[in-house]
Design a protein around this ligand. Structure first.
Ligand code: SF4
Length: 410
């Protein structure tokens, strides 16, 4: 008999007023009793809509059934038959718009906590079981994977399981891509990323760090070295800016640079980081996506007294995950919605001292289906800030496109 509670079993979290001063993980994860209780909310639907909602088709009801019966290693083996990165995906996949978004339990009440269960199963395995890779029959076909971010790692893991001879080429000195330079430690501990990368390496995948494909070696040269296919998962590392006056002042960062310096170059350790970071008392983060929430919550943890999200639309249009917005609000981030920056202001020494903004209102829907923001006349005001972080999106690094003749990029 299924547990018909309308709500997910709550996941313990650090108190907001404690966690906004440290970089430890916010969500603490289920214990075994909580996981089994949540697993019994699954109805074991015959048509499995949740599997269709999962980009990698994890056999969700099958693994949840094993959790409900307390067979945690069986659950892990079922998940990893389709997903090589369960501890990561259980934490940072947008489940509410994927598997949980189509879960039958979500029609009346909350969806089954599929992500929370995946995370629990992966963590239990990491803490209690040594990963043994089964003998894989090699097929002798070489494949190159460009980029050791989530796409490249998943591709490498799936191909290695199927017997391909896979080599990953990574531009940075560490593996994980956006998982290590972009997503903060308090959402995704880096040692978990290292563990799941190790599991992929154990499958016989060769890893070459500090190789910039398109510069150190071209795609054409990879084919000349007998790679039969090249998977390009080089990520979106080129930040966008608004193009407003003052964006080149000291104290204006792209979210990409800000988060990379804090996460990868460990700027949260101000005394020891080779690239320390200064945030001042008042920080504005421009944008409303997950990256903006990560940057704002990171700035708080670096000691800023007031951190504002400045977003030109309303709360309904915020592209960030609801959970991230909720966590940011709990931690004290101020949401200045329907506000748009038009100029960054600096002093004679070239440092940011403020940001001129204008108030907005929503008009008719635009091509994206969202109501367009319209400037309200004479609503300009100056926001007192020392640091501005632009988190308005990123595009792919153009290097591979520029150095690969005939590459069709859409
Ligand atoms: Fe279980 Fe929800 Fe999937 Fe149904 S849709 S099998 S309830 S997780």
């Amino acid at each position: 008999m299924a547990n018909m509670s309308l709500n997910k079993v709550a996941m313990p979290e650090q108190d907001p007023n404690i966690r906004n001063k440290n970089f430890e993980e916010v969500a603490l994860g289920y214990g075994i009793e909580q996981a089994i209780e949540e697993a019994t909310r699954c109805l074991q639907c015959k048509h499995k809509p949740c599997v269709g909602g999962c980009p990698v088709n994890v056999p969700i009801p099958e693994f949840i059934k094993q959790v409900a019966e307390g067979n945690l290693e069986e659950a892990y083996q079922i998940i990893t038959s389709e997903n090589s990165l369960p501890a990561i995906c259980g934490r940072v996949c947008p489940q509410e718009s994927q598997c949980e978004g189509v879960c039958v339990r979500g029609i009346k009440g909350e969806a089954v906590g599929i992500g929370r269960l995946e995370r629990f199963v992966a963590d239990y395995h990491i803490q209690n079981v040594e990963t043994v890779v089964p003998e894989i029959q090699k097929n002798g076909i070489k494949v190159a994977v460009v980029g050791a971010g989530p796409a490249g790692l998943s591709c490498a893991g799936d191909l290695a399981k199927r017997g391909y001879d896979v080599t990953i080429f990574e531009a940075l000195h560490d593996l994980g891509g956006v998982l290590i330079y972009g997503i903060p430690e308090f959402r995704l501990p880096k040692k978990l990323v290292a563990t799941e990368v190790d599991n992929i390496a154990k499958m016989g995948v060769t890893i070459n760090k500090n190789v910039v494909v398109g510069r150190s070696i071209t795609i054409e040269e990879l084919f000349e070295e007998d790679y039969k296919a090249v998977f390009v998962g080089s990520g979106a590392g080129l930040p966008k800016f608004l193009g407003i006056e003052g964006e080149n002042l000291n104290g204006v960062y792209s979210a990409n640079e800000f988060l990379t310096r804090v996460n990868l170059m460990k700027a949260y350790n101000q005394d020891q980081s080779p690239t320390p970071i200064r945030v001042g008392d008042n920080v504005a983060v421009v944008g409303g996506g997950n990256v903006a929430m990560d940057a704002a919550r990171t700035a708080l943890r670096l000691g800023a007294k007031e951190v504002s999200i400045v977003y030109r639309r309303s709360e309904d249009e915020l592209p960030a995950r609801r959970e991230e917005v909720h966590h940011a609000k709990e931690e004290g981030v101020v949401f200045r919605l329907l506000n748009n920056p038009i100029k960054v202001i600096g002093n004679e020494a070239g440092w940011v001292t403020g940001m001129e903004c204008v108030k907005m209102e929503l008009g008719e829907p635009d091509a994206s289906g969202r109501r367009s923001p319209i400037e309200m006349p004479n609503s300009n005001y100056i926001l007192d800030v020392n640091t501005v972080i632009m988190a308005i999106g990123q595009s792919p690094n153009p290097l591979i496109r520029q150095t690969t003749p005939g590459l069709d990029v859409r």
